[in-house]
Ligand binder design. Structure first.
Ligand code: THU
Length: 170
């Protein structure tokens, strides 16, 4: 006996722009990358020795930074992205983030590879996009090349958010 089976495989694509040479970045993006690099110098990362800096540009033009802060109890550490967003949300709740740049360094200097936010940080960026109703431009910058993603949707598809909790939109 045959029956109709309603199963579909769906493909999700995502896109980003790759700048093979950071000199091609526009001046606002480059300024944010420089702020993230400076922030990484302030990281407290005695365990991994992997220093990450994040710089958030707010709608007003203000730039707010954060770095990773590790802890002997490893899960108590915090990543640079959440450190920067905690800073911006708690000090400038009405001033919405429009972009975040991330840079990482080891003892050999700025990493060649562009850093990529961990799952926890992607989740927090998603919440901030939902809170403000604005996409956040995500700038992942390595020593020479940079990837730019226009919003967390391309880094965190099928995300869990307040809609899943059936809480009314803000
Ligand atoms: N880390 C960040 O700060 N951001 C990321 O996107 C990935 C990882 C930190 C956490 C930890 O202090 C160190 O890098 C090594 O994982």
């Amino acid at each position: 006996m045959s029956r109709n089976v309603m199963i579909r495989t769906k493909n999700i694509s995502f896109s980003y722009t790759e700048y093979e040479n950071n000199q091609e970045l526009d001046s606002d993006d480059m300024e944010l990358v420089k702020a993230a690099r400076e922030a990484s110098l302030k990281a407290y990362a005695p365990y991994s020795k992997f220093k990450v800096g994040a710089a958030v540009r707010l709608k007003s033009g203000k730039v707010v930074c954060g770095a990773n802060i590790e802890n002997a109890a490893f899960p108590s550490g915090i990543c640079a992205e959440r450190s920067a967003l905690s800073n911006s949300i708690s000090n400038h709740p009405e001033d919405e983030p429009v972009a975040i740049a991330i840079s990482a360094m080891t003892e050999d200097g700025i990493t060649d590879a562009s850093p990529s936010p961990c799952g926890n940080c992607r989740q927090v960026i998603a919440e901030e996009e939902q809170r403000t109703g604005n996409k956040i431009r995500i700038i992942l910058s390595g020593k020479n090349k940079t990837l730019i993603i226009e919003g967390i949707g391309d880094l965190l598809p099928l995300q869990f958010n307040r809609n899943n909790l059936k809480i009314n939109p803000l």
